[in-house]
Design a protein around this ligand. Structure first.
Ligand SMILES: [Zn+2]
Length: 236
């Protein structure tokens, strides 16, 4: 293995293609690997038969593996959509974060890993001009299919460093409609923020990212306050 100037370990994957003409990098998508070990995940991400990849993988000790050049289209998001636009792979960079995931023993992300993730995110955001609000989880862009990086992921810690948004509701985000809002109205708010309202499990996916202590899929007042706070913070 060879270290590059950026401190990454080169572990090239053949699984990538050209980005469409004129399409730039706008989103940064964070995943967990969801495999029993780091090595099993790295092997799969570099296996031509698997047809999946990401630009980077961050191991639990903070080591960063580089798989696909950033100007190439990696295959990490699959069927996905955000703010009304599908084909997230064409306009994103994808980072896999080693964790067995919900299937193989979901566990907290170590501090060394999160520090490396944060540094890598800031580096990528700076180079491509990606706004904090445009750093998302796989579950945000594919809510019916995906749960990663999941409710143990330290989104508030990343947001404190300017990576992703964390909602800080104010009284302005209260609504007398909290108890009366219909499922359609809640879905409309989620759609305004960016979620694909044609998908299922929207509110559960929202909670997994923005209200992880409350994975009910139900529109409780605090979940709605946080959603309104994000709409206010982004002007959406
Ligand atoms: Zn994923």
């Amino acid at each position: 293995m060879m270290r590059t100037g950026s401190g990454c370990i080169e572990r090239p994957s053949p699984n990538h293609g050209p980005r469409p003409e004129g399409v730039g990098v706008e989103l940064l998508i964070l995943h967990y690997t969801g495999m029993p070990t780091a090595e099993s995940a790295l092997s799969r991400l570099c296996d031509p038969a698997a047809q999946v990849s990401a630009h980077y993988t961050v191991d639990e000790d903070g080591a960063i593996y580089a798989h696909v050049p950033e100007d190439r289209r990696a295959w990490h998001a699959g069927l996905s959509s955000w703010r009304g636009r599908a084909d997230v792979n064409s306009r994103s960079i994808g980072i896999e974060i080693v964790n067995p995931g919900h299937e193989f023993g979901y566990r907290p992300f170590p501090a060394a890993q999160m520090a490396a993730v944060a540094d890598l995110c800031l580096d990528i955001m700076g180079r491509h001009g990606i706004a904090p609000a445009d750093v998302l989880g796989h579950s945000d862009i594919a809510p019916a299919r995906k749960e990663d990086p999941g409710e143990l992921f330290d989104w508030p810690g990343l947001a404190a460093r300017g990576i992703g948004l964390w909602p800080h509701p104010t009284p302005a985000d209260d609504s007398p409609l909290d108890s009366a809002e219909s499922a359609e109205e809640v879905a409309a708010l989620l759609g305004r923020y960016g979620y694909d309202t044609a998908e299922s499990r929207l509110l559960l996916s929202f909670q997994r990212h923005f209200h992880p202590e409350r994975l009910t899929g139900e529109p409780d007042p605090e979940t709605l306050r946080r959603l309104r706070a994000l709409l206010r913070m982004t002007g959406r």
